[in-house]
Design a protein around this ligand. Structure first.
Ligand code: ARG
Length: 702
């Protein structure tokens, strides 16, 4: 026996598969053979005894999983963090392991009740002793990691497990001598994989295939250059050999039925302490507060899901349920994240949901100066469509020009905060970074609104004709109201409006005062005027629906004619254009902006080919809009969506569900998506508006 390495094992006298607490146990109750289990365990014991000292803990009746001593606790030097099992099926093992550790003179640390941690099954020391890799997601709670760092005085790197077959870290991750790592990457989330890749150089990472992973190849016992495991493919053995390791296979099939193998059956109790390392843990916690119709609107579910999806963990500290239908509820939630980076990602999403970071109430937003014009400091807070407030010099102030995907710039005197696009940042600005001192103001969504949203939003689905009709009724009603109170409606439209015969209806909307600005590209104007001049749209006869001979040249002739006039307005004035969407805009002084693109022919003299100017012009025309009708233009609709704060009603009509869904991702309750033919939509809309205009007809229902 060369080294003083010691392991703790527990004989399988009382081992059996008695219950199901992991996927491997399913269908295996009482299916493992006691004789074979004993024989396999003894072989493993024998191999390890050749190379190390093996201590034994007495098995206990009623606790069949006690053979898996990896889960007894986590040892480093003289300290042990005792396990707190997640499942009650194993909680009875705790006092037995505790007794053993105490009898050996270890200092035993116990975690608070209800804070699960499953020992060396979920926490593995880097073999050089520099850091501790700790898993979470199934059995151990992320909140246990700071305790490990504190008690063992070591850096803890948190890894999130994603695949329930690999529910303990040691089932898919095995640090080896000389800085090597044997692991199964798909068991982890992207953040964890990046962390692993940052810490362990590529040439030291031995990633196993699924076929090896499911044979528990990563559940290996490593002693110097030997790796003891259940089974390894030839490929894996070769990879190990290239790294200087000898694989010793010893079948442990009877234990696989309980979800464990070589490593699970052992606990290394001599883990050397490195004196130069010290506690570092990147795990962070924050307490946030949420208020609103938390249950009715599903807000609490969305918030908790977001935390977990982003790789965090939570604990609900308080929940006050509003008693009356109209009263709101409030919750205090402790959010834990493996790193500041993940915490920021989680909190910015929770801020979008209206959450307030509690201790932050006392804290100002963090500001950093712009040192290079048009460039934000790293880590800048990315704005959303929701009304936002920032705390500067102890005062909350509303951010102006709210839009998404901007930065919040605070003026030098600290008096004005506004959303700015990166390109507009100036050296005198200070930009909000991090997630402190920021809150978004969300109107509480009521049960009714939520239902309305679900009803009217045809998210990703094709709306049935009747549903389209219902939406049209709603939209017509609102258009009418906005017009009557002198409000503002903006239309963004693509050329499909013209191809599908919607041109005349859109023209009517403009003529009747329902539209206060039109946004689009070169094409909508070209095809609209092609129809006005030649009766075709992109060469297709709009009456007969057939392509006209030589029709593909029509649009260029139109562009040329308008260029000769100097502008669309002049073409209307000179009587060249006598009808259509652009004609009505000019006639009724409805401002429009045509934003150019790389594929534009001509372009028309009115088309703004300087995109920054076009974006500015769009933003100007959108100011004060109450409703935006987005008619079959993915490019312009999404562009407009990005510039528009929450609270503005958006109705997106497109035959392509993907466009509609994309806009729904804004998650704002005001968005309404309609998957249908835009020409049909507009014709129904006009019919509805006509009905509203002739109340008598509406009354008798014709
Ligand atoms: N049946 C046991 C459980 O599910 C197996 C434990 C395996 N141990 C391990 N360190 N992976 O808890």
């Amino acid at each position: 026996m060369a080294s003083q390495i010691r392991f703790l094992m527990c004989s399988p006298d009382r081992y059996d598969v008695d219950y199901v607490i992991n996927p491997w146990m399913e269908g295996n109750i009482h299916k493992s053979s006691p004789e074979r289990a004993k024989e396999q365990w003894q072989k493993l014991h024998h191999i390890l005894k050749e190379k190390a000292i093996v201590d034994l803990v007495e098995p206990q009746g009623g606790w069949p999983d006690m053979v898996f001593t990896a889960n007894a606790g986590l040892v480093l030097g003289d300290n042990v963090v005792l396990s707190r099992f997640f499942h009650k099926e194993r909680q009875g093992e705790e006092p037995h392991f505790k007794r053993w550790f105490e009898s050996q003179g270890y200092t035993v640390h116990e975690l608070p009740k209800d804070l699960p941690f499953e020992g060396a099954g979920d926490a593995l020391l880097d073999r050089e002793g520099c850091c501790l890799w700790a898993g979470y997601g199934f059995r151990s709670e992320l909140d246990s990691h700071p305790y490990l760092a504190k008690w063992l005085d070591i850096e803890v790197l948190s890894l999130r497990l994603m695949d329930d077959r690999f529910y303990h870290l040691d089932t898919c991750f095995c640090p080896l001598t000389d800085g090597y790592l044997l692991y199964y990457p798909p068991a982890f989330d992207a953040y964890s994989n990046r962390l692993i890749e940052m810490r362990i150089p590529a040439e030291k990472r031995i990633a196993v295939e699924e076929a090896d992973a499911v044979k528990f190849a990563c559940n290996a016992v490593n002693i110097d250059k030997v790796v003891v495991l259940n089974q390894a493919s030839d490929g894996l053995k070769q990879r190990l050999a290239e790294a200087g390791f000898t694989a010793i296979e010893t079948p442990l099939t009877e234990f696989l039925k309980a979800g464990g193998a070589a490593k699970c059956l052992t606990l290394r109790v001599t883990e050397p302490v490195r004196t130069e390392v010290c506690a570092i843990v990147s795990v962070e916690s924050r307490i946030i507060r949420l208020e609103g119709h938390l249950l009715d609107s599903g807000l609490i579910n969305r918030a908790l899901d977001k935390i977990v999806e982003a790789g965090g963990s939570f604990q609900v500290l308080k929940f006050d349920l509003g008693e009356q239908r109209q009263s709101t509820s409030s919750a205090e939630i402790k959010v834990t994240a493996p790193s500041h980076e993940v915490m920021e990602a989680i909190l910015s999403q929770l801020i979008d949901l209206g959450a307030l970071d509690l201790p932050q109430e006392e804290r100002d937003a963090k500001l950093e100066p712009v040192t290079s014009a048009g460039v934000a400091p790293d880590d800048f807070y990315v704005t959303t469509i929701y009304p936002t407030e920032v705390r500067v010099n102890g005062e909350w102030m509303r951010v102006q020009n709210q839009r998404m995907d901007g930065a919040i710039a605070v003026s030098a005197d600290g008096k004005v905060a506004q959303c700015k696009l990166l390109r507009d940042l100036e050296i005198s600005d200070r930009v909000v970074v991090d997630i402190l001192g920021i809150r978004t103001v969300r109107k509480p969504e009521s049960r009714e609104q939520r239902n309305a949203q679900e009803f009217s939003f045809m998210s990703a689905g094709v709306s049935s004709e009747r549903r389209v009709e219902l939406i049209v009724e709603q939209v017509a009603w609102e258009l009418r109201q906005i017009r009557d109170r002198g409000g503002k409606v903006v239309v963004t439209a693509g050329p499909v409006v013209i191809h599908t015969g919607g041109g005349e209806h859109l023209s009517q909307l403009i003529r009747e005062g329902y539209v206060q600005a039109l946004l689009g590209g070169n094409a909508i104007a070209v095809h609209d005027m092609e129809q006005a001049l030649m009766g075709t749209s992109l060469g297709v006869d709009m009456q007969r629906g057939v392509a006209v001979r030589g029709g593909h040249r029509h649009h260029l002739k139109v562009i040329n004619a308008i260029r000769r006039c100097g502008s669309i307005a002049q073409a209307v004035e000179k009587g060249v254009i006598k009808s259509g969407v652009m004609y009505e805009c000019v006639k009724h002084q409805v401002p429009f902006c045509l934003a150019g693109s790389i594929r534009d022919d001509g372009p028309l003299p009115d088309t703004q080919m300087d995109l920054i100017k076009a974006q500015e012009e769009y933003a100007r025309l959108l100011e004060g809009a109450e409703m935006i009708l987005m008619l079959s233009s993915m490019l312009h609709s999404i562009g407009v969506g990005n510039m528009t704060p929450a609270g503005v009603k958006m109705v997106c009509v497109d035959i392509n569900p993907a466009v509609v869904t994309k806009l729904s991702d804004r998650g704002s309750i005001e968005s309404l998506g309609v998957v249908t033919d835009v020409g049909l939509f507009l014709s129904l809309l006009i019919q509805q508006l006509d009905k509203l205009t002739s109340p008598y007809r509406a009354l008798i229902g014709t």
